[in-house]
Structures are given as structure tokens and as C-alpha cells.
Design a protein around this ligand. Structure first.
Ligand code: 6R9
Length: 666
């Protein structure tokens, strides 16, 4: 790629002037080649919005019953897409490739924590999914039932999701790092009839419990809907087994037939629910529809990832997050690609694991998170042996980034050291709610600017508005919205349509614009988007979304805690770090006692929510900074967390003296 201009490193992309054009050889073979091709697609969508989406839906998916209605806006914002069409997601991900003569193609290359490799062809995966689906049916699980999947990265995890899709059951995958309490809340909210789990998971050479946490979650009560717990034997570790409720996966599926007629469902049938954090209350069950979601999963594989039959795709996400749904469990399979499913962690057996794995399997498209890149930069700087220069990465042709803003410095390192200045980087902005990519470069078309996710995909009407919903001119910051519905958008919040409306289609913006919850700014000249971060009380720690309210609720649930306020503070590796300000029911601790109590509270939050929610820092005060009406002034806490001087107006502050106390780290 040609670097057209060199500027000093910038911490965010707003003043970034470097531009990297697609390498001509890449552009020549790309699925979308050149900006004219991109613009033509955008114009097609503008000209005939429904016709555009109908064309893509017909091209990308096999429909059992073709749709005649494209978009139904009669009950906005509860939009419906392709609603009289019928299809099956698992059929589209498996059967149709076998029918096209690709049954012997490798679908999954499972790279285990210890480096052991298992290959599964489309034909084999189809058989496993069919047996799994028949097994679920044999337990009375049927279309419309919810099934919680609490598993680590595995062929069985992907097969479990596909098996649910095959029979029309709606899955809800819960990340294996969530605590028993978080799992219980999700099982309860979803009203799941079954939980699919494993005995244990392997991470960094160590077994960690899964089944024991399911037992604990179900023991907390409120999960009476659960009839079956299906257990995949991963490690053979010791677990409790409850006769009548628990069943081994192998016992359930081994004697099942290898064929299972797919359950044809309406396009709007809920394919999955995935819980994510919002600014208030409990996590929201984001509900996605079968047709629209799968269409976008497939189309973005072709556009953003320029996927080709000979590619080896590797998305390092976990199936417990949306990225693992769209770009592991569904997207790559929908387009018949070969992909790596990685069980391990980036630092085991050492911090060269990602680069070694790319080298070992000859990965051509690599998709990971900025937080992983930043921690591997640190590791490579500290230890020559794990530097990417030790590995042959010449198989790579495209790199991707997701989950949080990528700072230009990390972008440049990724570009130079991993892509060897030959691979475009697609910085993909999207969310659990959007189902797939929204704003991202197209690698054979878009000139890249480090730190910018560039331009919306064709058909995605992203814009920046002010608080009254009015467009703001380029160069001015504002609120990121999407002005028109798109097929892979969330349909509702499970069991809470009111919250769906108020959270995503607020009246202040006219009730028709989708509110992403992020701030953004467009470049004056290019119109490129740069995401400036969440505008609500949602933190992004290592690419994981965490609501400050959730962490505060966990803290105040501890018997010693009277009050807590949580804010984010910038962190070199994790993007944001959690900083908690805590008032105890007893006197404010100092010195060693404060350290001990902080450690205890961190462990507590880990148990309440999961290790990802543990505050990095806890500071104790006699009180929190509050307005005279009793509101906690979080903006002041953010400044204190950063260790900066307070320059804002504090005239409404009831107790200014508290600021000095909270400045100290314990
Ligand atoms: C896919 C995923 C969504 C939030 C989103 C935003 C942040 C994701 C980003 C990005 C800047 C990117 N985010 N991708 N910010 N640039 N390329 O991560 O979904 O877990 O729901 O998080 O992540 O703040 O609103 P999810």
C-alpha cells in the first residue's frame, strides 16, 4: 500500500492524515473493486431501498418459501423483513454447500488450547448438527423454545448453535466467563428449557469449571423452566451429575440418525437472543431474526472480508459474544468458507500464539480486537522470541479489527508487523444490536485512514445528529444514528418491547432513528466516521461491554458497601479500565486495610458478574461528590480517575472537600 503522507503519531484518528490505498492487486480481485463499485451499490440502495435488500436476500440465501414482502414498517420501530418468506439458517450454512458439491470441504479447523488440531468437513459438521438436533428433539425441545448455551470455544459449541437453529429453537449463548449469578439471570429472563454446557473448559493450560457453575446457577432458583442439562465431555474432570436432569451429550446423540429435516421458519422467527449491557438496569436480551441476520452475516463476509473459496478465515472472538455469532457460528458457514475455531488464549503457551497459529495453518484473513493487539505489542516489545517477525505471516491478505476504537499507533503496528504493509485493515464498527458490520472500509475499495472506521456499508444509512435529531455538518461531533431500518437490526428486547423503543428509538430523535449509543464525528473533507466512544454509561473494557450500573449494583450488594460509583478511565491495553469509588458502611479504610478490602471487593464483583467486571482500581471515600439534589457527579469522578486536575465548574457540588480524598489511590 502507498503511504501518501506521514504525520507524527496521533492518539486518536481525528487529526490523522495518513492514507493507505488498496494495493492494486488486491483491488483487482476484490468482491467490491474500487470506490466506483462501492458508490454504485450505495446509489442502488438510495434509489430502490427495498429492491436492493430483496436482491441481496435472494442472492445470499436459499429460501424454502420465497418472500414477497420486503420491509414492513406498519408497526415501527418493530420492523419486519421478508416476513412471508421461510428458510432455515442451518440449512443455509450446511446442506446447501453439500448440495453444491462442497461436502468434503473443511468447514472448521479446531485449534485446541494445547495445539491439538481437529478438522471437520461440511458433510461431517452436517451430520453432527443433525444428530445433535435429533437429540434435542428427543428431549422434547422444539421450535420456539429457548436454549441457553454455556460453553467455551469448541466444535460442539458451534454445532449446538446450529442444532438449535435447525429445529427452530432460539439459542442464547452466555459467555463462559460469566458467573453463576449472571448465568442464572439470563436463564431466568429467557425462560430456557435446557442448558447446553461442558464439564470444564481449557484456558491457558488450566481446566476451569463450566458444569459446576451451571449447577450453582440452577441452585440459585428461578430456573424452573430448565428440564435438561446437556453436558459435552471436554476434559473428563470430576463433576456432579443429577440423574433425570443431566445427560451427557454423547449419550444423547450417538444413536441418533445423521439426517434431520430442517424446521422451516418464518424469516422473522427469533434465531437467537444475546444479552448485552445497557446504561441502566439488567442486561438486555437482544433478539435477532433468522432471515435478516443471516443475510447480513453472509453479505458482510463477501464485502468486508472479501471472502473467496480458497481463504482460511480466523475470527478470534468467543461464541459468547456477537462477533462469535456472526463471524464464527453463522457468517463463515453461510458462505461455505473454511475457518479456524480457536479454544485457547493469545498468551498461551506464549504471546506468540496468534502469530504461530497463523503461520501453522496459513490463515489468509485474520480478525481480532484492538485490546489483543495492544497486549501483544507489549509482549513483543518485552520478549524478542514472541515478536511476530519470528513467524511466516505471508499467507495473510486481509486484517480486521473489532470491538472498540483502534488507536492509530496500534493500527500502524498491526499494519506493519502483521500485515507486512501488504494487507488492508478493516476497522469494523458494529454492535450486538446491529447483527453485523455497519461502518467499515471495503478492503478493495476504501482508502484507509488509521483510527477511522471510514464509511457505512451500502444500504446502511448512518448519520450524525444533535440531541434534537438534526443533522450536524461534517467536522462537528454528535450522536451516531441509523436513519433507516436494515435487515440484521435487533427486533426487540426479549420480553421488554417498551425498553426496546425507549433505548433505541427515543422520541427526542423523532422515534424513527436507531440510536447506537456512540458518539462520532465525520471528517470535513472525506466524510469518514471516527467513533469517539459511548455517550451512555456503558464501558468498553478489552472490547467487552459493561454497564456501570451493573458493577455498582454488584458492589452495593456486598454487606460492607453503602454506596458505589463506577467510571471508566483510559487504559493503554484494555482501552478502558473500571475504576470504582466506594463508600463503606463503616469508617473509610486506609493503608493495608484499604488494600485488603479492595481485593475482597474485586473478588466479590468477579463472583457476582464475572472476572471481566472486576474493577482495576477501587478508591474509598467518606462520601461521593454529589449535587445538592443528591446526584453523583460522575464527570468529576472521571477526571479524578484519570488523575487530572478538576477544572470544571463545581459550584453545584454539595461537598467539595471530598474531591481531595478521592484523588488518592488506595
Ligand atoms: C461488535 C461489538 C459494541 C460497542 C459499540 C462501540 C464499540 C465496536 C468498534 C467500536 C469503535 C469499532 N465498538 N466496534 N468502537 N470502533 N470498530 O463489539 O459489539 O459488544 O455490542 O459492542 O463497541 O462502542 O457501541 P458489542
Amino acid at each position: 500500500m502507498a503511504e501518501t503522507e506521514t504525520q507524527p503519531q496521533q492518539q486518536n484518528g481525528l487529526q490523522e492524515n495518513r492514507v493507505f490505498l488498496p494495493p492494486p492487486a488486491f483491488a483487482a480481485q476484490a468482491n467490491v473493486s474500487g470506490m466506483d463499485a462501492y458508490k454504485a451499490l450505495c446509489e442502488e440502495a438510495e434509489r430502490d431501498y427495498e429492491g436492493f435488500w430483496a436482491r441481496l436476500a435472494r442472492e445470499n440465501l436459499d429460501w424454502h418459501k420465497p418472500f414477497t414482502s420486503v420491509l414492513d414498517e406498519s408497526n415501527a420501530p418493530f420492523y419486519k423483513w421478508f416476513q412471508d418468506g421461510q428458510l432455515n439458517a442451518s440449512y443455509n450454512c450446511l446442506d446447501r454447500h453439500i448440495n453444491n458439491g462442497n461436502g468434503d470441504k473443511t468447514a472448521l479447523i479446531f485449534e485446541a488450547d494445547d495445539g491439538a488440531v481437529t478438522r471437520v468437513t461440511y458433510r461431517e459438521l452436517h451430520e453432527r448438527v443433525c444428530k445433535f438436533a435429533n437429540g434435542l428433539k428427543s428431549r422434547g425441545i422444539k421450535k420456539g423454545d429457548r436454549v441457553v448455551i454455556y460453553m467455551s470455544m469448541s466444535v460442539e459449541g458451534v454445532a449446538a448453535m446450529q442444532a438449535c437453529a435447525r429445529i427452530g429453537a432460539t439459542h442464547s449463548v452466555v459467555f463462559g466467563g460469566f458467573s453463576a449469578k449472571s448465568l442464572q439471570e439470563r436463564i431466568n429472563d429467557a425462560g430456557a428449557v435446557a442448558v447446553i454446557t461442558a464439564d470444564e473448559q481449557m484456558r491457558g493450560g488450566k481446566p476451569l469449571p463450566l458444569k459446576a457453575i451451571v449447577d450453582e446457577a440452577l441452585g440459585l432458583g428461578g430456573c424452573d423452566s430448565v428440564r435438561d442439562v446437556i453436558v459435552y465431555r471436554r476434559t473428563g474432570g470430576n463433576i456432579a451429575f443429577y440423574e433425570g436432569r443431566d445427560i451427557w451429550l454423547h449419550d444423547l446423540v450417538d444413536n441418533q440418525p445423521g439426517q434431520c429435516e430442517p424446521e422451516w421458519v418464518d424469516a422473522e422467527h427469533p434465531l437467537f437472543i444475546l444479552y448485552t449491557s445497557g446504561s441502566t438496569g439488567t442486561p438486555k436480551g437482544v433478539q435477532h431474526a433468522t432471515g435478516g441476520f443471516l443475510l447480513w452475516a453472509a453479505q458482510t463476509m463477501k464485502w468486508t472480508f472479501d471472502i473467496k473459496p480458497q481463504d482460511l478465515f480466523w475470527c478470534t472472538a468467543d461464541i459468547g459474544w456477537v462477533t462469535g455469532h456472526t463471524y464464527i457460528a453463522y457468517g463463515p458457514l453461510a458462505v461455505g468458507a473454511t475457518q479456524i475455531v480457536f479454544e485457547g488464549v493469545p498468551t498461551y503457551p506464549n504471546a506468540g500464539r496468534f502469530w504461530q497459529t497463523i503461520d501453522k495453518h496459513k490463515v489468509s484473513i485474520f480478525y481480532t480486537a484492538p485490546t489483543a493487539i495492544r497486549s501483544l505489542i507489549k509482549a513483543a516489545n518485552a520478549d524478542e522470541n514472541v515478536h511476530p517477525k519470528n513467524y511466516d505471516l505471508s499467507s495473510l491478505r486481509l486484517l480486521g479489527s473489532v470491538g472498540e476504537p483502534i488507536n492509530p499507533e496500534a493500527w500502524m503496528w498491526y499494519y506493519r508487523n502483521i500485515g507486512r504493509e501488504k494487507c488492508p485493515i478493516v476497522d469494523t464498527f458494529w454492535q450486538t444490536e446491529t447483527g453485523g458490520h455497519m461502518i467499515t472500509p471495503l478492503p478493495g475499495a476504501t482508502p484507509l485512514v488509521p483510527g477511522s472506521c471510514t464509511l457505512p456499508l451500502p444500504g446502511i444509512m448512518a448519520a450524525i445528529v444533535d440531541e434534537a435529531g438534526q443533522d450536524v455538518p461534517n467536522g462537528n461531533g454528535g450522536i451516531l444514528v441509523v436513519k433507516r431500518p436494515w435487515p440484521s437490526m435487533l427486533r426487540t428486547i426479549w420480553g421488554n418491547p417498551e425498553r426496546f423503543k425507549t433505548a433505541y428509538f427515543p422520541d427526542e430523535l423523532g422515534g424513527r432513528y436507531y440510536l447506537a449509543g456512540d458518539g462520532a464525528i465525520r471528517n470535513k473533507d472525506t466524510g469518514y466516521f471516527t467513533i469517539t466512544g459511548r455517550i451512555d454509561d456503558v464501558l468498553n473494557v478489552s472490547g467487552h461491554r459493561m454497564g456501570t450500573m451493573e458493577i455498582e449494583s454488584a458492589l452495593v450488594a456486598h454487606e460492607m458497601v453503602a454506596e458505589a460509583a463506577v467510571v471508566g478511565k483510559p487504559d493503554d491495553t484494555t482501552g478502558e479500565a473500571i475504576c470504582a469509588f466506594v463508600v463503606l458502611k463503616r469508617a473509610r479504610p486506609t493503608g493495608e486495610e484499604a488494600k485488603k478490602l479492595a481485593a475482597e471487593l474485586r473478588t466479590w464483583v468477579g463472583k457476582e458478574i464475572g472476572p471481566i467486571a472486576k474493577p482495576k482500581e477501587i478508591r474509598f471515600g467518606d462520601n461521593l461528590p454529589k449535587t445538592r439534589s443528591g446526584k453523583i457527579m460522575r464527570r468529576l469522578l472521571r477526571v479524578l480517575a484519570k488523575g487530572e486536575q478538576i477544572t470544571q465548574d463545581i459550584s453545584t457540588l454539595e461537598n467539595p472537600a471530598i474531591l481531595e480524598q478521592l484523588r488518592e489511590t488506595s
